[in-house]
Ligand binder design. Structure first.
Ligand SMILES: Cc1cc2nc3c(=O)[nH]c(=O)nc-3n(C[C@H](O)[C@H](O)[C@H](O)COP(=O)(O)O)c2cc1C
Length: 349
């Protein structure tokens, strides 16, 4: 598929994820050859008011291109104005969030709540198109908020000139554990003229191949599957080309973790904000390897970036020397899907 001048073939797209797809994360995905990355969702009102915290989330460097900026809001005028402002920075695409199911978001009429009002959503897309200065616009949507009205909504979005749609085939009322219905991606793809990107429950490069085959989608967007796993992007390309792709070695995981942490320090500094950010990513990189139960408390208790580096080095050595007992990976996979990070702190288990 093509997004403006960008050709996306046999490569994966990184999804927008709040508090996760910041610059260091996107740079790691880019290093592993993601076709396109996204900022996290950004308040349209914050852009219009030029709020510092919002504008900082948009900041991207030229070397990060191609990149998409995702906006959140519900008023066509405000969204149109924000798109005009964002277009000055020339991202590859400007995307509208019509999928976030979080209560604090939907109660304002944002995210998945937009799917209850397809006509209004159409007006938003029209305003985006008018103000984007030729930059492609897209919508990332679910099947509906409370009921499935995906086809009706998508047709309106297409009619208003959106360049593509990303579908996460679940309702707004469904939780992160509920499996998305991939057949709905195939359904939408068969009924639209514009490209359809599939999203949902792609945790490995093999899953992405399966989604592509089963749905005929134009591209696959990865979210949780890329957390602590930028290798998913390069593995997918290798799998398509060669039919096989080795899993990353412990050395590769360690080297990429160190690189990611260095980028975090550059972005946030070696202060508390850098430290906390680094902690979660370190745990994510090693979550499916032996010794994770040793790593978690030691990482969480580290009080400086230097202490963190020592913990990491020790963990790497222990892994290399095969000092840990076997971890129940399936159990960790289940918990990670359920709660991403907070399973780490779940005392019940
Ligand atoms: C921590 C987290 C933050 C997210 N933030 C956003 C966001 O800012 N914008 C958005 O459109 N979707 C967001 N999502 C949804 C994902 O992009 C994606 O649609 C969803 O996780 C399903 O894909 P997956 O099963 O591959 O994770 C977020 C998901 C997670 C787990």
């Amino acid at each position: 598929m093509k997004i403006g001048k960008l050709e996306i073939k046999d490569r994966l797209i990184l999804a927008p994820m709040a508090e996760i797809t910041d610059k260091p994360f996107r740079q790691m995905a880019r290093k592993h050859n993601a076709a396109l990355t996204f900022t996290q969702m950004i308040s349209a009102r914050g852009v219009v008011r030029s709020e510092f915290r919002t504008m900082r989330k948009i900041a991207f460097s030229k070397s990060e291109l191609p990149i998409g900026v995702q906006i959140l809001g519900c008023e066509p005028d405000c969204i149109g104005e924000s798109v005009k402002e964002i277009s000055k920075y020339k991202p590859t695409v400007i995307d509208l969030n019509a999928g976030c199911p979080v209560k604090n978001v939907t109660k304002l009429g944002f995210g998945a709540a937009l799917l209850d009002k397809p006509q209004k959503l159409g007006k938003i897309v029209s305003a985006m198109k008018k103000n984007s200065n030729g930059i492609p616009v897209s919508v990332k949507m679910r099947l509906g908020n409370r009921k499935n009205n995906a086809l009706e909504t998508a047709k309106i979005i297409e009619g208003e000139g959106a360049d593509f749609i990303t579908l996460h085939p679940k309702l707004g009322t469904q939780s992160s554990e509920d499996k998305p219905d991939w057949t709905q991606i195939a359904e939408l793809k068969s009924k639209l003229r514009i490209p359809v990107i599939g999203n949902g429950f792609v945790f490995t490069a093999e899953d992405a191949i399966k989604m592509r085959e089963e749905t005929n989608c134009d591209a696959v967007m990865v979210s949780r599957g890329a957390i602590g796993n930028p290798f998913i992007f390069s593995r997918f390309e290798q799998l398509v080309k060669n039919g096989n792709a080795p899993l990353p070695t412990v050395d590769e995981i360690y080297a990429n973790t160190l690189e990611h942490v260095e980028k975090i320090k550059i972005e946030y500094g070696r202060n508390l904000s850098g430290l906390h950010n680094a902690k979660k990513h370190i745990i994510w990189y090693f979550k499916y390897l032996n010794g994770i139960n040793w790593l978690i408390p030691n990482v969480l208790n580290a009080r400086s970036c230097d202490e963190l580096a020592e913990v990491l080095e020790k963990h790497f050595e222990k892994l290399k020397n095969d000092e840990y007992p076997q971890t129940d990976v399936e159990e960790i996979k289940r918990k990670f899907k359920d709660r991403i990070l907070f399973w780490l702190l779940d005392k019940k288990d």
